[in-house]
Design a protein around this ligand. Structure first.
Ligand SMILES: *Cc1c(COP(=O)(O)O)cnc(C)c1O
Length: 339
């Protein structure tokens, strides 16, 4: 049996040979003193690509999200976000702990927020309810099978947010760019801050970036230090990050095509699993299953690893380390799976 086909996450991707060489050759300095030229180059390249004035390199996507909430939101207020967003459901309550906020968690079944939910949340402050100091969005939306926002809805939600700043959790924003042809900067334009991960489908070993206005990023640098995320000769991590931005976005459509093929098999095998294969436009397939542990055991025995993201919710993620042969193995294993 060849190596396992690992569909648990796109975070399992190995850095490319070019990335490893770039790490060895990186020119570095103490980034806590602002003296690492490779980190600076990465922050500048990312800010330019996202159409924002400044950017900050951080160890993880969670830290980028937490910094955004700490800088933009006010303790004792509400942050509007979709109930299945990473910030709400997959960060172990970090925003409550780090920023003293509570979430006003609204419906995000299709990955997007409803403008009326955002408007109602803000207006509720007139009725003894917490003021809303921030709105958070996720694009692509992980738990909604990697759903991409519509630009029309994004504009409507931004209008509904009024004066409240918007933070965009764009862990996989470049997947949205690859799926739609609409650039990351256009997706980020209505937001004050945007976060993207380099360590997922873009194959860098470590790191995420937060982009936004100069003053917000300056504040973010301080919060990064407070959270223990100040790094020293971090250019060894920024160098593969630069390659991720330069050369890994263009290959994402391959992952999307393979995920669409997986979605087809899943929808055929379990027609009532809540998955519309036509809605799978990026690299994630989520579906409900009555006995996920049994299914995962079956897949493992067939050489395929899958994951779960909630009770009775299975997730399959395609990425650079899953090729056509691996995909065929996964499709065969899914088609032959027990109920
Ligand atoms: C992975 C992910 C994060 C967090 O990134 P880490 O680097 O794992 O901390 C945040 N938001 C979304 C939508 C993600 O998928």
């Amino acid at each position: 049996m060849p190596d396992l086909v690992d569909l648990r996450s796109d975070t399992v991707t190995q850095p490319t040979a070019d990335m490893r060489r770039s790490m060895a050759a990186a020119v570095v300095g103490d980034d806590d003193y602002g003296e690492d030229p490779t980190v600076r180059a990465l922050e500048e390249a990312f800010a330019a690509r996202l159409g924002k004035p400044a950017a900050l390199f951080v160890p993880s996507g969670v830290m980028a999200n937490q910094i955004a909430v700490r800088v933009l939101a006010t303790a004792g207020t509400a942050v509007v976000a979709g109930r299945r967003q990473h910030l709400v459901s997959y960060e172990y309550g970090a925003a409550a702990r780090n920023a003293g906020v509570q979430f006003l968690a609204v419906d995000d079944e299709d990955g997007m927020l409803e403008p009326d939910d955002v408007r109602n949340g803000r207006e509720a402050a007139a009725y003894h309810q917490p003021a809303v100091s921030l709105v958070c969005l996720e694009n692509t939306h992980m738990a909604a099978s990697g759903a991409v926002w519509s630009m029309e809805r994004l504009r409507a939600v931004a209008a509904a947010a009024g004066d409240a700043p918007i933070h965009l959790d764009g862990a996989r924003l470049f997947n949205a760019e690859a799926a739609t042809g609409v650039g990351a900067a256009a997706w980020a334009a209505p937001a004050t801050t945007v976060m993207c991960c380099l360590s997922k489908g873009l194959c860098a070993p470590v790191g995420s970036l937060l982009a936004g206005p100069e003053d917000v990023i300056t504040g973010g640098r301080l919060e990064r230090k407070r959270l223990g995320g100040g790094m020293r000769q971090a250019g060894v991590l920024a160098a593969p990050g630069l390659l991720a931005l330069e050369s890994m976005i263009e290959r994402l459509p391959e992952d999307h095509a393979r995920a669409a093929l997986l979605a087809e098999v899943v929808a055929q095998r379990w027609p009532d699993c809540g998955l519309d294969p036509a809605a799978v436009r990026t690299n994630i397939v989520c579906f409900t299953h009555a006995a996920p542990e049994k299914l995962l055991d079956h897949l493992h025995a067939e050489g395929v690893l899958a994951g779960t993201i909630g009770p009775q919710t299975v997730r399959l993620v395609t990425h650079r380390d899953v090729d056509d042969a691996g995909l065929d193995r996964a499709r065969t294993a899914l088609a032959g799976a027990p109920d």
